[in-house]
Design a binder for this molecule. Structure first.
Ligand code: FES
Length: 106
């Protein structure tokens, strides 16, 4: 099981063993990670699940598709490294993936 590392808005680090095939958003929500709202439940239509992907991982995960890129335009406190966590599906190669969460999603 790959471990996903979340940095919550207050700086607390959470390391969570994730199931392959889940979205990163689902991992966060199921474990009560603070900083992700996920209002649309993963339908890529709210942008309240966004997080900042650590620079070391930018090239190691699949890039955002056009739908995600469009929705990222609505993300609050968006940065260059922002991704929608509901659109990132956990794979075995993501062990140690580091995601920092914004202070607010709206
Ligand atoms: Fe709504 Fe990700 S949960 S866009």
């Amino acid at each position: 099981m790959p471990t996903i590392v979340f940095i919550e808005p207050d700086g607390q680090q959470r390391e969570i063993a994730a199931n392959v095939g889940q979205s990163v958003m689902e991992v966060a929500v199921q474990h009560g990670v603070r900083g992700i709202d996920a209002d649309c439940g993963g339908a890529c239509s709210c942008a309240t699940c966004h997080g900042y992907i650590d620079a070391a991982w930018q090239e190691r995960i699949a890039p955002a598709d056009d739908v995600e890129v469009d929705m990222l335009g609505f993300a609050y406190l968006r940065e260059e490294t922002s991704r929608l966590t509901c659109q990132i599906i956990v794979t075995d190669s993501m062990d140690g993936l580091l995601i920092r969460l914004p202070s607010s999603q709206a």
